[in-house]
Design a binder for this molecule. Structure first.
Ligand code: ADP
Ligand code: DP6
Ligand code: CO
Length: 359
């Protein structure tokens, strides 16, 4: 007996890079739309080292519900409002294409199967939610053959995880708070391409690959609700720093870029400590890295290195290629031994333009 004809499987695979903020996003003014209380600015790292690889497929034959598998484990996306928001925005855009062209397969009506893998620690303060949601949005957008620009897709990725909007672009990327209540102007914008400052390097030091105790979403909500320092940082400190760091990037002024980066990491972690109950993302090993960077800068007599820490103990150190030996060499020599507490591995990604992954 002939078996029933199988429906085709439509598929798209993509990669997305991590971005590490130098002016940190921390605080939401709207938790449903993921609208931030302050603008932020990041550097997109090379996908050669840290990346998310995501495949999205759709078929009329798939079981009714959309599914997401992350690092081999099925995720409960039906209870993840943010993932559902991304998928529903992408489906509406596909639906509009199908309404305009009846010859297109009705992918918007098919269940989605999404499979994703991070090649670096997940939920450990190395921006997995940024690379993860950027890859998810781009993979489905590619599958649906959507014509939207990276900036338009950044508005959708923002709903998955705020920091994800900045991973759809390369180089130096700002995420502007925007003013609209519907979030339509809260999106990412490339401030400068990576080629503008080709000497920039980032060293990623993995102190712990463990999942953090306080996820970013929860941590920033506690800070907004309880920290006295928070409002000053969001309203006064960050706007000034955004202007100053954009000027430093424009002028390729590393000492200025570095000082603002380190100060903003410190201010962000100060608001975490000022939350109630206090939140500790950095640990003793993180603090040893802070001291070492200040020691190196003092010993050299100019600012050659800048640390920054996201919501986790792991350090990212920015420096220029000409100071590679001085910075990466010294950091590895001093912190690289197992006795220091670093787990490694060390990644040395160039900050480079994000090239779209395997389409
Ligand atoms: P991080 O510091 O790694 O960004 P967060 O607490 O912000 O940590 O977010 C971690 C969460 O992001 C994970 O628990 C998971 O829900 C989501 N996430 C991480 N990677 C992916 C991915 N590749 N695809 C979809 N979601 C992801
Ligand atoms: C410290 O983007 O992970 O890394 O929007 O709730 O998913 P959600 O939070 P997320 O927060 C990132 C915080 C940060 C700073 C930054 O990347 O700007
Ligand atoms: Co995150």
């Amino acid at each position: 007996m002939a078996s029933a004809a199988q429906s085709p499987i439509y598929r798209a695979t993509t990669t997305a890079p991590v971005n590490i903020a130098v002016i940190k996003y921390w605080g939401k003014r709207d938790t449903t739309l993921n609208l931030p209380t302050n603008s932020s600015l990041s550097v997109t790292l090379s996908q050669k080292s840290l990346r998310t690889l995501t495949t999205a497929s759709a078929s009329a034959d798939y079981p009714a519900e959309d599914t997401l598998t992350l690092n081999g484990k099925p995720q409960d996306i039906q209870s993840s409002k943010r993932t559902l928001a991304c998928l529903s925005s992408l489906r509406s855009l596909r639906q509009a294409l199908e309404d305009a062209d009846a010859s297109l397969p009705k992918l918007s009506t098919f269940p989605l199967r999404i499979v994703s893998e991070n090649n670096f620690p997940t939920a450990a303060g190395l921006a997995s939610s940024a690379a993860g949601f950027a890859a998810l949005v781009r993979a489905v957008a590619n599958l649906y053959q959507l014509p939207q620009s990276p900036q338009e897709l950044s508005r959708i990725a923002r709903q998955g995880s705020g920091s994800a909007c900045r991973s759809l672009m390369g180089g130096y990327v700002a995420w502007r708070t925007g003013e609209q209540v519907d979030g339509s102007d809260s999106l990412a914008e490339e401030v400068a391409p990576a080629s503008h400052w080709p000497e920039m390097r980032a060293l990623v030091l993995v102190v712990s690959a463990e999942k953090k105790d306080v996820p970013s979403t929860e941590g920033m909500q506690t800070t907004v609700a309880t920290s006295d320092l928070f409002a000053t940082r969001a309203q006064t400190v960050v706007p000034e720093r955004m202007d100053a760091i954009e000027a430093a990037i424009r002028d390729r002024d590393f000492p200025k870029f570095a000082e603002i980066t380190m100060r903003d990491s410190n201010t962000f972690h100060a608001t975490c400590l000022d939350s109630w109950p206090p939140i500790f993302y950095m640990n003793d090993v993180s603090r040893a890295a802070v001291r070492l960077v200040h020691d190196i800068n003092r010993a050299v007599g100019r600012t050659v290195a800048a640390y920054t820490f996201d919501a986790g103990p792991n350090a990212v150190i920015y420096y220029e290629e000409k100071d590679s030996e001085l910075v990466a060499g010294t950091v590895k020599a001093i912190l690289g031994s197992s006795a220091s507490g670093w787990e490694g591995p060390f990644y040395e990604p160039l900050a480079q333009l994000n090239t779209p992954g395997v389409a």
